[in-house]
Ligand binder design. Structure first.
Ligand code: HEC
Length: 132
């Protein structure tokens, strides 16, 4: 379990992206958060397939191309790129778990898989920053 560090102990690695890429990445980030919100909302009303579609299209492997992830990944430190790729994989695994929940109704696996997606958000945010 991760606990919030004090500002004084900010040990994140600063990654220097060109301004356009920074903007692009931050726009992606805001969309990621919005996607998570929509996914949890859809799960709460048992719209599992809809949750799966959003996860796949906006966070999953399908999102990698539309978000220019391979291009951005090349400019990232290796560890950061690995976490990013793992996030896309985890989101695609969540999509599968959500589609299974559509069939068997059990939410546990879907929530477990969603937590693994969010684990990658947390992992990257602990380790890296692009703003000073
Ligand atoms: C590979 C690394 C990485 C992953 C994975 C990642 N982020 Fe980020 N995110 C960042 C960085 C770097 C910043 C900028 C931090 C800074 O310097 O201010 C950021 C910033 C953000 C912001 C702030 C956007 C703004 O306009 O200020 C949000 C919201 C966010 N991330 C959401 C998410 C969510 C939700 C996920 C997971 C679904 C996620 N991120 C996954 C690296 C990542």
């Amino acid at each position: 379990m991760y606990t919030l560090p004090s500002i004084a102990s900010d040990t994140r690695i600063h990654v220097d992206f060109p301004p356009m890429m920074q903007e692009h990445m931050m726009a992606n980030m805001r969309d990621h958060l919005s996607a998570l919100q929509t996914i949890t909302q859809q799960l709460s009303v048992q719209q599992f397939d809809a949750a799966a579609d959003i996860a796949e299209q906006r966070l999953g492997m399908s999102a990698m191309d539309s978000h220019g992830a391979s291009h951005m990944g090349k400019l990232m430190p290796k560890g950061m790129a690995i976490i990013g790729t793992e996030m896309h994989h985890a989101a695609s695994r969540f999509a599968i778990a959500a589609r299974d929940a559509e069939v068997d109704g059990g939410l546990e696996k879907a929530f477990g898989a969603l937590s693994e997606v969010m684990q990658q958000c947390v992992a990257c945010h602990i380790a890296y920053k692009i703003h000073q």
